[in-house]
Structure formats: structure tokens, C-alpha cells
Design a protein. Structure first.
Length: 185
């Protein structure tokens, strides 16, 4: 089932989400619906709060572009991007490289706005799976960016919070207009 995507201004997007403590039928159904919703919206990632659920759960699929990363290790071994896509995880943990990189981001909850965001270039993500196993993923490029963006959602952080100070000022009015459109201004 395709779910409604919560839009900028909704309080659930600012919540620090709760850990998933039990993977029951409801969670399995939620994940299936989130995957369907992400595909329908042409997104590369979707976090549970974006469909109104304050749980530490997200889905990512960057397999449309195999060149979007320069390396990928899964549990310490070199791996193909397709082998882990779509990526579903709960209760993630992230470690970051010191090196940073700029890239363009958008968000399904902030329609019509894209901007440059500077973030750590590479990550090591510990990603518990629905079946109880754990994927440890080391990567860079778009997958590293998507992991950081989605995990930010689980902490109530949006990409527009991470703009450079000058860009933030010029973004302010666009966001205000968006709040008006979303009926929350
Ligand atoms: Ni987003």
C-alpha cells in the first residue's frame, strides 16, 4: 500500500524516534509499504517518521546508479551494490570519516527544494536487519550520503538544518512559504 508522505512542518519530522524493539507483522507490513511508497515517489530513501511513524527504521535504494559509490564493504568484504539493495534497517549506528564532501540533496518531505549539503564523505554503518542479523557497511558517495540523510530523519534532523549559514538564510523564506502551502504556517 502506498502511504502518505508527511510534509515539512509536521511535528513527527522533528521527533527523536524510538528503537524498534520487536519485529512483528506490523513492522514487516510497514517496511513493505515504505518500499512501495519510496519507489512510487522516485525516492532513494525513506525513513519511518516520513510516513508518520516515530520508529528507528528506514529504507534506501540507490541501485539506479551503480557508479554512485567508489567502494562498498559489507561485513568487511568487498560487495556489489545490488546485493544489498533495497536496504532496510532498524536502530542504526553510524561512524563518519573526517573528510567532507558537498552534494545536492532533496527530501520527499520537503518538496521542490534541493540544496548543497556538506557531509562526511564516507561512513561505517552498523545496520540491524529485520531477521536479527547485522550488516556492517562501509561506503562513500551517494550511499554514504543517503545513510546520513535517513539516519538524521530518525533523530528529527532535516537536510535543510545542515546547510551552510549563508544558504540557510536564503532558504528561510522558501521554507516559510512551504509551511504555508502545507497548511502549517
Ligand atoms: Ni529526507
Amino acid at each position: 500500500m502506498i502511504l502518505d508522505i508527511v510534509q515539512y512542518g509536521h511535528p513527527v519530522l522533528r521527533q527523536k524516534c524510538r528503537n524498534v524493539t520487536e519485529v512483528d507483522d506490523q513492522i514487516v507490513q510497514l517496511v513493505a509499504d515504505m518500499l512501495e511508497t519510496m519507489v512510487d515517489a522516485n525516492g532513494v530513501g525513506l525513513a519511518a517518521p516520513q510516513v508518520g511513524v516515530d520508529l528507528r527504521l528506514a529504507v534506501i535504494d540507490v541501485s539506479h546508479d551503480p557508479e554512485c559509490i567508489s567502494f562498498l564493504k559489507v561485513n568487511g568484504e568487498d560487495a556489489d551494490l545490488e546485493s544489498i539493495m533495497p536496504l532496510v534497517f532498524i536502530n542504526p549506528e553510524l561512524a563518519y570519516s573526517e573528510e567532507k564532501e558537498s552534494g545536492t540533496e532533496g527530501c520527499l518531505s520537503i518538496r521542490g527544494i534541493r540544496a548543497e549539503v556538506r557531509r562526511p564523505a564516507a561512513v561505517r554503518a552498523t545496520l540491524p536487519q529485520l531477521d536479527g542479523s547485522v550488516l556492517e557497511i562501509e561506503t562513500d558517495g551517494l550511499l554514504a550520503r543517503a545513510l546520513q540523510h535517513e539516519i538524521d530523519h530518525l533523530n528529527g534532523v532535516l537536510f535543510v538544518d545542515r546547510l551552510a549559514p549563508v544558504a540557510k538564510v536564503s532558504m528561510k523564506n522558501r521554507l516559510k512559504r512551504l509551511l504555508g502551502q502545507n497548511g502549517q504556517g
